[in-house]
Design a protein around this ligand. Structure first.
Ligand code: 13P
Length: 250
């Protein structure tokens, strides 16, 4: 049985004060207690303070991005996966659609970042998903599989044991348009079946979470689907009570 995971991607939101208040709210809601793993992904400059604040709780902390280069070196502006691990992070998002679209991250670069995260002992949360135009052109499966295969080719399918996959249809992100549970389930099954080609045991184990306008009102029906193992939540994760309700739905 896969343990559900609910993760909050805070994107480029929050001041020191508002982040501290949000974490305080999550701790008073006891987010992470119970049969669900909960994680938050603050902006990089707030990682240290959030890690200090959640110490001793069940809430874990990850970063939104890492470098493809390992260790250290002359890479101005980048943060290495090892540095995130050293700080206390457990996971890192790789290949979020905003990174792919706005910051030109290719499948190959995303795979390189996935590999860097693994080398540092972090859990890469590999985000995949199609745009509206791609869905309308019946390209959903091809796009998602292409994104997944780039990682499997570089790192091997075994690497997915240490990873989480997040299916985030781009047209559902920040739009209020959620994929229906059936639409999401269909793609999650495509992803799991593709992993099963390399090993049914790996496929049975890997958590595949859904992202795209998840909120308390729609979380339970999404999480009830057989191949949906939780959620990657954007906007609704900035409200402690709402995020706590989503975690309870998992
Ligand atoms: P929203 O929940 O705001 O649609 O964002 C989803 C997302 O991009 C999480 O990574």
């Amino acid at each position: 049985m896969r343990r559900p995971l609910v993760a909050g991607n805070w994107k480029m939101h929050g001041s020191r004060e508002s982040v501290a208040q949000l974490v305080q709210g999550l701790l008073s809601e006891q987010v992470g207690e119970g049969n669900v793993d909960c994680a938050v992904f603050p902006v990089a400059i707030h990682l240290s303070s959030v890690l200090a604040q959640v110490a001793g709780s069940k809430l874990s902390v990850g970063a939104q991005v890492c470098a493809a280069q390992s260790g250290q070196g002359a890479f101005t502006g980048e943060v290495a996966a090892e540095q995130l691990q050293d700080l206390g992070c457990k996971a890192v998002l790789v290949g979020h659609s905003e990174r792919r679209q706005l910051f030109a991250e290719t499948d190959a670069l995303v795979a390189g970042k996935f590999a860097a995260a693994l080398r540092a002992g972090l859990t890469p949360v590999l985000c995949v998903g199609e745009s509206l135009a791609e869905r309308e052109a019946q390209q959903t499966e091809a796009i998602v599989l292409q994104q997944l295969r780039a990682v499997i080719e570089l790192c091997g399918a075994e690497a997915l044991r240490q990873a989480v996959v997040a299916y985030e249809p781009v047209w559902a992100i920040g739009t209020g348009l959620t994929a229906t549970p059936e639409q999401a389930q269909a793609v999650h099954k495509v992803i799991r079946d593709e992993i099963a080609v390399h090993g049914s045991e790996i496929a049975a184990q890997v958590r595949i979470v859904y992202g795209g306008s998840v909120k308390a009102a729609n979380a339970a029906e999404l999480f009830a689907m057989p191949d949906i193992d939780g959620g990657l939540v954007g906007g609704a994760s900035l409200d402690a009570k709402e995020f706590a309700a989503i975690c309870r739905a998992a």
